[in-house]
Design a binder for this molecule. Sequence first.
Ligand code: AHR
Length: 651
Amino acid sequence: LNLRLTADLSHAIPSTLYGYMWEDINHSGDGGLYAELLQNRAFQAVIPGTQNALNSWQPYNGAFLSVTSKTDGVSAALPNSLEVRIPKVVTGPIGFENTGFWGIKVQEGWTYKGSFYAKSSTSIGKITVSLKSTRGAVFASKSVEGVTTDWKKFTFEFRPSKSAPNDENVFSVVLDGKAAAGKTIHFGMFSLFPPTFRGRENGMRIDLAEALAGTRPSLWRFPGGNNLEGHSIDARWKWNETVGRLEDRPGRVGDWGYSNTDGLGLLEYLNWAEDLEAEPILGIWAGISIANYSDFATWPVVPEQDLQPYIDDALEEIEFVIGDAKTTKGGKWRASLGRTEPYNLRLIEMCEFPQFSLRHDFDQRWKFQPASYAAYRWKAFVDAIGAKYPHLECIATTLPSTALDPPYKKIDFHMYNSPSWFTSNAFLFDDYPRNGTLYFVGEYAVTSTNDKNALGDIPSGRLAYPTLQGAAAEAAFITGLERNSDVVFASAYAPSFQHIRNYQWTPDIITYDASHIVKSTSYYVQEMFSVNRGTHVLKTSPTSTADSAPLFWVASYHNDTNVVFLKVSNTGTSDLVANIFLDFPITGFGTATSISSPSLSPISGIFNVSNTIEEPELIIPVASSFAIPHPDRFNYTFPATSVTVITLQTS
Ligand code: AHR
């Protein structure tokens, strides 16, 4: 290939081009980004009296545990509590344990902050809380006393004297057997936090937050995805139940089958977007829930004549986010929770279910969706939002070809598919009309090697983790997004997170357990493309086309730093050499960062490789610098199945 980087700028790259779509799936929120260490901390969204209600809790030394709502809970929102009955005859400490989110990380030097509520009709002596291994080694502990007949909140802090060798640790709560024998005690709303990202109270797990922030995303679409929609209309994500004191958040059974605490609520998400300096895209519930995932016909839909309360609710949500703190009800409520200044919200997504819009060619069921959307819901919500907040833009989630009234200016559609689909669609947006409509690829990922069933199971080709081959195909596709960023204003890889011990969807960009994290090949592609961002697309000659496959590229220029970025994906299985010519003077060397097949590994030459929890750093970006002896040209070899970013400092 002879490739010329010209000195001509094509268009400005929108600041929102790279980001994430976020929802609680795979324990990405509870058990993931949300730093709370105790699972099922407040017995939310469980059925009292069932074994399931005791999820993550276990008795210690013969205590009888059950979840009850027969006595008042710690708040109206949290009616359930843990009833602990101590046998009449007991020796030694007795109580119960929480096993965390499949383990608890115990780190020397960290301060853990905890709390719980307790009440008992008789005196029970002291309560000792500790972090200990499942084999009984105690790392940190504190005792409190003073339980009364009414709910009382106990808070504590402890610092482990040494780190635990692994995650097989529990949070233990014990009573003195003698003092408590024959008594019944109720406990409610536990919490235990390690240090959090930027020290935020009720904040984020540091390693995961840093990993997400490390790709410098400029867009944060939340709170779903399916998890916004609910399995029934009443089970939808209700914004007003996710704000305020944690004791006032009832939680819900999320769409992905587990209880959500909603500790990560609307304000936490907005603050997090601010921490990331990312533009929030707020998904608004727009009248449809997802009952049986694969059977559209069963999905609960709010009929047109019943929509008004839901439209009002959306308007109240927006007012809560951006309303004036002195003159609006929503703004006053927000201010009462500590945030006076309105959030910087520009984009609202009218959530429906467009995710398979580009799969419709092989799955006819999905054609149902655009029509139902166009019928009345889009108009009802968009007209109401536009009348009250004319500066907000509503993003449609439907097929690009769908006519909506009022017409959309921004549209989100989703792509989960095979490597070959992504490479052959790298030029998808080249021909999209330049008529003012802007596109958001609001969810995308290589999910399978199976061209015919991209969302099937692992035996049929579904990826367990992102692969190098998949990441190179995503990168090829992203070169097309960046090159067409005059019409593509944003993109979001999805889903973001996966707790390896309990998940519903693969592949995911970051995998983890209680203390380890794995950045996938797709993660590194996001990082390479997002961090190395020009302000303008730079024209190349030739431009990347289907004829130049398996090399795909895009160039950009940063007009503050005068740096040129050349991003190249080689999706082929052979190394390819490019002769690169420059129409502008540069300094005498360039730098390259790339991911490629692990050459020192015994599996060198195999491209279907992944970073995994067992081998998290099999494929990591390698940076190098290289001399450019001629001022206007150089050769570069792009390894087989690789993604490379070359940076050139123009002089
Ligand atoms: O990203 C995983 C799921 O894919 C999202 O919840 C949904 O929008 C799509 O089906």
